[in-house]
Design a binder for this molecule. Structure first.
Ligand SMILES: [Zn+2]
Length: 401
């Protein structure tokens, strides 16, 4: 049986050989005949081949296609999930940190916490701080100096004061052409009174007194003593050297009364009492850098009777802090000593959203002392306290951005 099969195979081989030989001879193409095996010859059919009905075949094909599509979709889904997960992970990694110098720390802006480049301590210091230079005598200069019974004003050779009449806006008046104030004070007064006029259409506020030198202060004292007695003068007027009017940052207000214009000499001037529509000035003065210096509630601190007319310019940041906490200037000078550049700073926001940063720097008594200022400051003001150090008020931002 086996022999016969072998024989058969041998037979076929010789037959095939014959065919190819024939082909070569006739020049026919090989493909058509040589490799073709007759399908009817079961000897050559593979053992696993099953003959099936054509319909059955089509169903298997469809099933296979469906299975292929489902598994393709699943693979796609898995890939998509994998990709999005990896994206999430990659994005959550702080690459800046991984590739950064590990001695660096993220930059935190103390004003509004901004995370920026990674900085070394030295860079951080340079990034955050700028320095202003002051001299020992500057302790006695600036808009926030304290002048009272105990702390005299140190006069300058020539005081830097300007005519109010020549520099004022049209929203208020001045009693004479010989009233002088520092330019900062006049500009702040212009802003405040322009706002007051916009609110009330009243321009009858007058500046009745401004800068006084020692001689002028003596004259004021003498005339008050002559008019109202020595007790009155003692109560309301400081001795030369101890008056805020020496600073050029203090002024007395009055109210102009037009009177009957038909009657000559009927114009009059009234005491500024801070009442009715003038109460606006009391309420809003700090937004422009002024404080009501001798308030009724602080007579025991200032040792000066309530003066509804005496306003003092101290700069916006300081004025806001003073009004916010209801302090006298004497109390504020002590209060701010607890705030420092490196420690806690005092922050206060104006009605317009401006954010002020306030702190104290002790004087080291030498010229060329460096005062640290936040580099983020849009503007700043350094004032001596007239005793032992400096008060810094820096405009560091605005709530609206
Ligand atoms: Zn005064």
């Amino acid at each position: 049986m086996q022999n016969q099969q072998n024989k058969n195979t041998a037979n076929t081989r010789t037959q095939n050989q014959n065919v190819s030989q024939r082909n070569r001879r006739t020049g026919q193409t090989r493909s058509t005949q040589t490799n073709r095996r007759p399908t009817t010859d079961t000897k050559y059919a593979p053992a696993y081949t099953r003959t099936t009905h054509p319909h059955q075949n089509r169903n298997i094909k469809r099933k296979k296609q469906r299975r292929g599509a489902v598994s393709g979709l699943a693979v796609c889904l898995v890939v998509m999930i994998f990709v999005s997960l990896s994206l999430l992970i990659v994005r959550s990694i702080d690459w800046d940190y991984i590739f950064s110098d590990k001695t660096r720390r993220p930059f935190e802006n103390p004003e509004n916490t901004v995370y920026g480049p990674y900085l070394t301590d030295a860079e951080r210091e340079g990034y955050l701080t700028q320095y202003a230079t002051v001299n020992a005598a500057d302790v006695h200069r600036g808009s926030c100096i304290l002048v009272n019974f105990d702390v005299p004003y140190i006069f300058e050779e020539e005081e830097d004061v300007y005519s109010v009449y020549k520099n004022k806006s049209k929203s208020y008046k001045v009693t004479s052409g010989s009233i002088f104030l520092r330019m900062e004070t006049i500009q702040a007064m212009n802003s405040m009174m322009d706002a007051f006029y916009a609110e009330t259409e009243n321009r009858n506020v007058m500046v009745n007194s401004g800068f006084r030198n020692a001689k002028q202060q003596q004259q004021v004292y003498d005339s008050k003593a002559e008019l109202n007695g020595a007790d009155y003068a003692e109560q309301y007027v400081q001795k030369p050297g101890y008056s805020e009017h020496h600073t050029g940052y203090a002024m007395d207000l009055a109210v102009y009364d037009e009177g009957d214009l038909e009657v000559e000499g009927d114009e009059a001037m009234w005491t500024f009492n801070g009442k009715d529509e003038y109460f606006w000035i009391d309420q809003n003065c700090s937004q422009y850098g002024f404080i009501l210096r001798y308030s009724a509630s602080k007579e025991d601190v200032t040792r000066i009777s309530y003066e509804s007319w005496h306003y003092r310019y101290v700069g916006i940041g300081n004025a806001l802090a003073i009004q916010n906490m209801g302090l006298a200037l004497e109390e504020y000078i002590n209060f701010i000593r607890d705030y420092s550049y490196d420690g806690t700073r005092y922050y206060i926001t104006a009605n317009n959203g401006d954010i002020y940063c306030l702190y104290y720097v002790k004087s080291n008594g030498s010229d060329g002392q460096k005062i640290p200022i936040p580099k983020t400051a849009r503007s700043y003001q350094i004032s001596g306290n007239n005793i032992d150090g400096f008060i810094v008020s820096a405009l560091v931002g605005n709530e609206q951005g």
